[in-house]
Design a protein around this ligand. Structure first.
Ligand code: TMP
Length: 220
């Protein structure tokens, strides 16, 4: 996590979503630089994690064997972390007018656990309503790639891979889950093809941010 302060006042919550290895980090970095250069305070954060307590819970989630937690225990840990992240990091930043960019948020739980995993949509939705309710993102950028390509990249990048270890069939279901989420909420979600030149993808993301957040009347 990383904070900086400038004068402009906005208060917008942007999330990035997608399967493993779709290039989210690179694009988040580029959008953050663009917005900071335009004079906005940007709070860059991530899930699981994004606050000291949530980062402790993250270690329980991303390490160990894939079946370490039951589907419901997994989702409750994700939502315990999300509650702390919202209360300690996201809401205070939005309140003071910052743009919050989160690398993953609640759509990850709906995609990975609710739709592709064994939790089910209804339980994922119930937890969302309990914890997030009206505090969800203004804009969600979903980076989409054919899942085989995404999985290949995720496996070669190393690190803690509890969720990534579920295999390419699972990654295909995650991709389809994101497309379903985007179709169900087109006012919030923008799907961007993440295969191609980094700068071209960045331009599409910048255009989506400008277009979708223009109603906030902030001069983006
Ligand atoms: P990351 O690689 O983007 O840091 O994410 C770590 C893993 O956590 C990734 O495989 C996706 C997974 N994840 C879920 O399964 N559900 C969630 O709610 C979140 C936030 C992440």
């Amino acid at each position: 996590m990383d904070h900086s302060t400038t004068k402009k006042d906005l208060g917008a919550f942007i999330t990035f979503e997608g399967g493993d290895g779709v290039g989210k980090s690179t694009q988040i970095k580029l959008l953050t630089e663009y917005l900071r250069q335009s004079g906005y305070e940007v709070v860059l954060t991530r899930e699981p994690g994004g606050s000291p307590g949530a980062e402790l819970i993250r270690k329980l989630l991303v390490e160990g064997p894939a079946d370490r937690w039951s589907p419901l225990a997994d989702a409750l840990l994700l939502y315990a972390a999300r509650e702390d992240h919202l209360e300690r990091t996201i809401k205070p930043a939005l309140k003071r007018g910052a743009i919050v960019i989160s690398d993953r948020f609640a759509d990850s739980t709906m995609a990975y656990q609710g739709i592709a995993g064994a939790l089910g949509r209804d339980k994922a939705r119930a937890l969302y309503d309990l914890v997030v309710a009206d505090d969800g993102p203004d804009l969600t950028i979903i980076l989409d790639t054919p899942s085989e390509e995404g999985l290949r990249r995720a496996v070669t990048r190393g690190g803690d891979q509890r969720y990534e270890s579920k295999g390419s069939g699972f990654q295909t279901r995650v991709r389809e889950a994101y497309l379903e989420i985007a179709a169900s909420d087109p006012a919030r979600c923008v799907v961007i093809n993440a295969i191609g030149e980094i700068d071209d993808i960045a331009r599409k993301i910048t255009a989506a941010v400008r277009e979708r957040l223009a109603h906030k009347d902030n001069g983006l």
